[in-house]
Every structure is written in C-alpha cells, then in structure tokens.
Design a protein around this ligand. Sequence first.
Ligand code: PMP
Length: 426
Amino acid sequence: MTRSEELFEKAVKLIPGGVNSPVRAFGSIGGCPRFIDHADGAYMYDVDGNKYLDFINSWGPMILGHNNPLIREAVIKACEKGLSYGAATEKEVEMAELITGIVPSIDMVRMVNSGTEAVMSAVRAARGYTGRNKIVKFMGCYHGHSDAMLVQAGSGVMTAGIPDSAGVPGGCTKDTLSAVYNDVDSVKTLFETFPEEIAAVIVEPVAANMGVVEPKREFLQGLRDLCTKYGAVLIFDEVITGFRLQLDGAQGFYGIQPDMTTFGKIIGAGMPVGAYGGKREIMSLISPAGPVYQAGTLSGNPVAMSAGLAQLNYLKDHPEVYTGLNAKSDWFFGEMKNILEECGKNYQINHVGSIGSLFFTETPVVNYATAKSSDTKAFAEYFKYMLENGCHFAPSQFEAIFLSAIQTKEELSGVLDMFHAYMMRK
Ligand code: PMP
C-alpha cells in the first residue's frame, strides 16, 4: 500500500469523500488521489516521493510556479508582523490601488476569501443596485457553490432554475435563469421575456469549468449590448481568467468592459483570496458605505494580501511573463493538435492563452452540450497514463489545463513526446 493510499483510507472515514473539495477525489477517474507533500517550481511531490510536472497549478494562481522565492519571502515577512488583526491595514489599500489601476472597469474593489464569496457578493450588489431579482447564468459555467449559482442545465433556455445539489431550496434558484454559452439569442429571449426583472448576466468570459470553451467575441459583445439596453449588470467572473490571460484579464484580452468583475485565488498567489469590484455607483452600495450587506473577519488578511501583492506587482512589472507564457501555450496546444492529426485522431483541443483542454470528442466544443459529448472513460485512461508518467493534470475532462511561466519548453516537449506515444498506441 502506498502512503497516499493509506492516507486516503483514513481520510474517507474523517472527511467526506476523503477530500476538502470534490474534484480532488478522482471521482470520474477512479483510484486514489495523490497526497501532495510539497511543490516547488514546476513540480509537485507526493508523500511517496513521486514527482509530477504540475498542470493544475492550484487551479490557476501558481502562474509563476510553486514556492516562488519572491512570494515566499513576502509571506514570511508578513507573518513576522502577526497573522490577522481584524482591523484595517495599509496592504489592503495597496491592493485596491493596484487592482483599480490595472483594470479600467473597476473603480472600487472589496476583498473576500474565495471565488464563491466574490460571486455571491457581486450578485447581491447587482440585485441591490437594480432592485431586480433575476440572474442569467450559462449552462456549464461554474460560479462557486452558493445556492443561487448551483443550477442545473435544464432543457432549454427558458427553464426556470432547478437546483443542482441536494440541500438547495427551490426558492433559492427560482430567479436563476440558464442560457446557452456562445448563443446571444438565448439571452436575448430571456431579456424579451423578463425585460425589467433581470438584475445581472454573469459569465465566465472564457469558460473553463466545462473544459475550456472559447467565447466568440460577438457573444461577449452581445451580452454587453443586451445588459446596456435592458439596464442589467454585466458580471465577468474572472476567477480563472483574471491576471492570467493578460494583466487585465479576459476583459482586456477581448476589449469588452463589464460592469462588475469577480476574481479569485490568483490574487492571493496561493493564499485563500477572492475579490469583487466594478463601477463606483454599484460598489458604493456595499456596507458600510451603503445598504447591501457583505462582511468577512479574514477578508483582506495581511498575509494573503502580501502574497498577492508580491505576485501581482511582479506580473505588472514584467509584461514579458504574459507574452512568453501565451506564446509557449500557443506552441504547446498547437503541437498537441498536430500530434492528434498525425495520429488520425479527431479529438478537440480548445485553448485561450495559457489555459486549454483536450476533449475526447469529434464534435467541436462550443458550449455545455458539445462539451458533454466527450468520452470521459477515454479521458480517464489518458489521465492515468499521464499521471503514471509524471504529469499531473486536473482529474476531470471538464477542467482546464493550466500552464505556468516556469515550465520550460524542454519539459513541455517531454510531455508532448508522451502524448504522442499514447496517441500512437491507442
Ligand atoms: N468562479 C469560477 C469561474 C471558478 O472557476 C471558481 C472555482 N474555480 C469559482 C468561481 C469559485 O471559486 P472558489 O473555489 O475559490 O470558491
């Protein structure tokens, strides 16, 4: 028995499913998750001493690789001054200044502790601002686990929300409307049906939670136009794309300004952080400035802020990180495509900047329905092969591959060789 297996056996008795977040459990793959001991640079090391080239990168924030000395030092220095005060600090002002300086659509920003909280709070702000209740989200987009966001993709755009999880009362999702990703008409229909009831449209500007699905630019522009026309708040959930596609995220990448933005883990560089921000007239409504209540004991935690500031300031001062990372990613995903072609496989590779997915389907993946056409058994087999050969991808067909700036072309070439060998064999 490996140490990971021993730990997992113990863990399932003590922690639901043996993990503190479901996807870590290898649910759709089967088998035992690897328990990680430490991570450094481009690699994670498990408790059995196995080494993995890491493509999870903590689901995004490790854009500079693990255990970056600059960030580590900033954290240690902050720790020496105490871990938490529950009182205002200079670092929070610095962080707010940095974010509002980088992202033009954000006049004011509030720190929270996770992406879930950021979305939950942004939706509340949008409802408070508009005095309306309904929210439009897209099938296959994930916005954290707050009640209103856990809505199953129903049969068709007009379906009122059906909760996707036990324990979510129907009342919590009755105002959540589902639309089809990359299909502006599906949203237009909802606005025509409820012209004065929709508070917000929330979207992952690049979908990354049904695997990576690239938005058509007209789709994002269409959402912008509809929200403006009907007086609804456009929320870009940039928990994955923020400070990753480029410094100002997907909104900069596609040149479209939302009214509000949510961010997540990348702001904390690996510490538990989220943030939401947007137009002054909306953000001024948040407590204690206004009537929309939102709070958090650990929000803006000085250690987390120090980690985040070290990472974001570095990225701001080194734009070549993005040019290099995106060019390397174009090459890597492009090579994957070439290999598939050479091996006569018509699987789909989607990628935008440094996030991408390999879908085991011959159907181009443009939304939830087409993503679901993937052969998850084929993915599981492939995942296990790559893991056994020292590559740790996210253990699900419907998650992104995250590249980091620290992975070298040589390391990635090794992965491509492995990929080639696998595809030739199959
Ligand atoms: N929004 C998006 C787009 C996400 O990808 C996630 C999680 N990866 C969340 C919200 C929720 O973030 P968290 O897990 O930090 O609550």
